[in-house]
Design a protein around this ligand. Structure first.
Ligand SMILES: *[C@@H]1O[C@H](CO)[C@@H](O)[C@H](O)[C@H]1NC(C)=O
Ligand SMILES: *[C@@H]1O[C@H](CO)[C@@H](O)[C@H](O)[C@H]1NC(C)=O
Ligand SMILES: *[C@@H]1O[C@H](CO)[C@@H](O)[C@H](O)[C@H]1NC(C)=O
Ligand SMILES: *[C@@H]1O[C@H](CO)[C@@H](O)[C@H](O)[C@H]1NC(C)=O
Length: 394
């Protein structure tokens, strides 16, 4: 999602080991095929019927959410139990990128919030119509057996314009939406897009048709330095003006603003500086990406929780960049290496959240919900509450 392990541009690395195993067992003896199909059949029944028992205390909590709320607050959850401390009075959708957690599903439903599956598949596998249909059928049946309210399709793969994968992706979103809506009334199908439409990271998708074909686009307004064309220096993860200008482009292309959810980062980038100039400019190592000479891949992604501790032991304290409208600081590590950290905090998120309202977007969300400090420390509690509240504007 947020490219903590960034694949090289255009490379869709995928090794399906189960496929190899199956081919080998086919070669061994045909009787195994019959036996394994029988076992597979039995396990399907077992898995299906066991999972179909409602795990919630109250059976009505297994019913899928049908009502629409005016303003989306879309949360990515990557696992663990910190969801218990989310501000549930604002959450409307949780996309579960960790392993299935029935307790989370029951809790979200008790708050009227949707819980949606993660959908990811190598595009080369779903160019074939039968394969595509099989993938969608499998996802819908998984959603039903886990009492989920839809799917978030997160295909962050490079695609050439007008290639078979380009058309397959558009069809995947359209067919997923039709099938989910038909099979699970009220369900939601969303699709994650990069911060800009302009083939960022070589993702040349048919954005207009995709937007028309699903319920909402989650715009990942972060990792905006994945292709640095100018000086190789540390910069903001999501500079304000660049972030907002991209929404104007979406809207100019006649994408309905009510289909757009703005994704803000609850993480930042920690860059080791090759040199920190007197003016505070941190030059970074040249790590090329997608045709650009350098990239945020020279830095490491750090959660807000870590950032809030680190700023207190920094050399500079919190600084503010007026041009990018973002906070940053410099620190020295134990080996004497100087680092510059760029991040988002309530002051940088507030104006973004305000423009979600002024541009009439569907809502806001973040990558990801788990990375705040949910401990009982009073300072942490306050910082965490402020980050949640910043989602609703200043
Ligand atoms: C169908 O998908 C499987 C993996 O799920 C893949 O190995 C296979 O090559 C695909 N078939 C076609 C025709 O794309
Ligand atoms: C590093 O920063 C210093 C101090 O600003 C500057 O004088 C020097 O030219 C810089 N060196 C390089 C290699 O950029
Ligand atoms: C950081 O320092 C401030 C000021 O000294 C203090 O109030 C705060 O508790 C510290 N924050 C953290 C997360 O340690
Ligand atoms: C949770 O969000 C609501 C707004 O929906 C806000 O009024 C409330 O203060 C927040 N709760 C906390 C603990 O910050």
């Amino acid at each position: 999602m947020s490219a903590s392990v960034r694949l090289s541009c255009g490379l869709i690395g995928f090794v399906d080991s189960t496929e190899t195993d199956r081919t080998q067992s086919f070669a061994v003896a045909p009787i195994f095929i019959a036996m394994s199909w029988f076992l597979f059949f039995l396990s399907t029944i077992f898995v299906c019927c066991r999972a179909n028992v409602c795990p919630c205390e109250r059976p009505e909590l297994c019913q899928q959410i049908r009502e629409e709320r005016d303003f989306e607050v879309f949360v990515f959850d990557v696992g663990g139990k910190t969801w218990k401390s989310y501000n549930w009075s604002m959450v409307t959708t949780v996309a579960t990128f960790g392993k299935y957690d029935a307790e989370l599903m029951c809790h979200a439903h008790s708050k009227g919030a949707r819980v949606v599956l993660k959908g990811d598949v190598p595009l080369s596998d779903i160019v074939d119509q039968d394969n595509r249909t099989a993938w969608i059928t499998e996802k819908v049946s998984q959603a039903k057996s886990q009492f989920m309210d839809g799917i978030n399709i997160d295909i962050e793969q490079a695609v050439e314009e007008d290639s078979p994968e380009y058309h397959a992706l558009t069809a995947l979103v359209k067919e997923s939406t039709e099938t989910f809506h038909r099979e699970i009334p009220g369900s939601q199908v969303s699709f994650d897009v990069a911060w800009s439409l302009k083939c960022i990271d070589k993702r040349c998708y048919d954005y207009i048709t995709i937007a028309e074909s699903c319920d909402l686009l989650f715009v990942m307004s972060y990792d905006e330095q994945s292709q640095i064309m100018g000086d190789c220096i540390a910069m903001a993860n999501a500079p304000l003006h660049q972030t907002l200008a991209a929404y104007d482009q979406f809207i100019e292309m006649n994408i309905d603003p009510k289909k757009l959810v703005m994704g803000v980062p609850w993480y930042g980038y920690d860059y080791p500086c090759l040199n920190l100039s007197k003016e505070g400019i941190c030059s970074i190592a040249k790590v090329p990406f997608c045709g650009a000479p350098c990239s945020d891949a020279a830095g490491k992604q750090k959660p807000y929780k870590w950032i809030m501790k680190q700023v207190n032991v920094s050399m500079s304290g919190r600084l503010w960049d007026d041009k990018q409208q973002a906070p940053y600081f410099n620190y020295e590590d134990q080996g004497g290496q100087i680092h510059q950290v760029w991040y988002d905090d309530p002051q940088s998120i507030c104006p973004k959240a305000d423009s979600v309202k002024s541009k009439g977007l569907r809502g806001i969300g973040m990558w990801n919900g788990n990375i705040l400090d949910y401990s009982d420390e009073p300072v942490a509690r306050q910082q965490t509450a402020e980050m949640w509240n910043a989602l609703l504007g200043c």
